[in-house]
Write a protein that binds this ligand. Structure first.
Ligand SMILES: CC(C)(COP(=O)(O)OP(=O)(O)OC[C@H]1O[C@@H](n2cnc3c(N)ncnc32)[C@H](O)[C@@H]1OP(=O)(O)O)[C@@H](O)C(=O)NCCC(=O)NCCS
Length: 341
């Protein structure tokens, strides 16, 4: 029997329709298997937002507060309602404070917004206030951890700012040293106050021209690894890598930044690194400008009438002689001075 063309047509159409619907449903499976609820407006902040109250640091690791404190410095979570205004005052007094930073932090409002959107909302980030105990719990700077991964046991020290009057002293060494201890000591450390996160790698990156930052990494014992190119898009007018951007660059004319990469790893820590960092924490200070040094020491250790009084009792290193305008003291010497007061 001859098959009527109508039936034949119907059957071929049916086959075609079922192919198409299979195709569509396969496609829909891909298209409909996820959603994206990101809304740019959710990231916008009301001006002057200090974060939730009580402040939720939203940090994914345990906070070992005893490890984050030495005789002279302690790191405490940065709480905008306590610290942001002081930070903004420092920026006002020292407009080049963030000269080498990849982002603008020029006003209180911008600082508040950066802390909320770059740090607090990301559990892998935390920012600390650096507190100088030896100067009456003075707020001396900030320092943080970013890109923390408990899966890979890595983190990065970043957003390190020590306010000018606290530099070239024990403050930077203590702030960085305490964070290294916190990150690299084992969680099970039997020594009280030394319990850490047991990470394998702590990174430090610096703008290639930021000599003080590179100097910190080197003197604390980080190993230089490489130059990581084009790591940041800077603000317009900032000092970048000097390489012209190609035509059509989406963020032109904002310059690019290369970063020098350093790391301090668990194997470095266990092969002398730990002792080196402790030594740097215990050093009083080493600085090269006589005027700053005098002002700093008398302000810090009030009971010592002058730097000469301190030097007389405590000078320890001929090789770094006073006449070379470079001074080094021991931690014990400072304690003696503080105790005298
Ligand atoms: C980076 C920073 C924390 C270092 O603080 P510090 O070590 O206490 O003090 P200084 O900034 O005065 O730097 C001192 C060291 O840098 C070196 N240094 C400073 N200026 C320098 C320059 N222009 N060229 C070469 N070396 C320089 C000094 O030799 C000194 O090292 P030394 O003590 O071993 O001799 C501090 O400079 C800072 O807060 N800077 C602004 C923020 C910033 O850029 N942070 C780093 C990026 S996250």
């Amino acid at each position: 029997m001859a098959v009527s063309p109508a039936v034949s047509d119907k059957s071929s159409k049916a086959t075609h329709v079922s192919d198409v619907s299979a195709y569509i449903s396969t496609r829909l499976l891909h298209i409909m298997s996820f959603t994206n609820s990101f809304k740019a407006e959710d990231w916008k902040l009301l001006s002057g937002y200090y974060g939730p109250d009580p402040y939720d640091i939203n940090w994914l690791m345990p906070l070992h507060e005893a490890t984050l404190e030495s005789d002279r410095v302690k790191l405490t979570p940065f709480i905008p309602s306590l610290h942001a205004r002081g930070y903004a005052d420092q920026v006002k007094a020292h407009p080049d404070l963030h000269r080498w930073f990849p982002f603008n932090l020029s006003t209180l409002d911008i600082i508040l917004s950066a802390i909320e959107t770059l740090i607090r909302r990301y559990p892998m980030c935390i920012l600390f206030a650096v507190i100088d105990k030896a100067r009456g719990d003075a707020f001396a700077g900030v320092i943080g951890l970013i890109n923390t991964s408990p899966t890979n046991l890595v983190t990065e020290i970043a957003w390190a700012v020590v306010f000018p009057e606290f530099r070239r002293s024990y403050v930077t060494n203590n702030a960085v040293g305490l964070l290294l201890k916190y990150c690299l000591e084992l969680p099970s450390s039997a020594t009280p106050g030394r319990c850490g996160l047991g990470f394998r790698r702590v990174q430090w990156t610096a703008h290639t021209e930021n000599q003080p930052s590179v100097a910190v990494a080197k003197r604390m014992g980080f190993k230089e690894e490489c130059l990581m190119r084009w790591t940041w898009v800077l603000s317009e007018g900032a000092e970048g890598n000097g390489i012209p951007l190609r035509d059509g660059d989406p963020l032109s004319p904002r310059p690019g930044r290369h970063s020098v990469v350093f790391s301090f790893c668990a194997d470095d820590w266990e092969s002398g690194g730990k002792e080196h960092v402790q030594h740097m924490i215990d050093l009083i200070t080493r600085y090269t400008n006589g005027a700053v040094q005098h002002q700093f020491m008398s302000a810090t250790y009030k009971p010592c009438a002058s730097i000469d009084a301190l030097v007389c009792g405590t000078w320890i290193s001929d090789s770094m002689g006073f006449d070379a305008d470079l001074v080094q003291y021991t931690a014990d010497a400072a304690k003696v001075c503080s105790a005298n007061g």
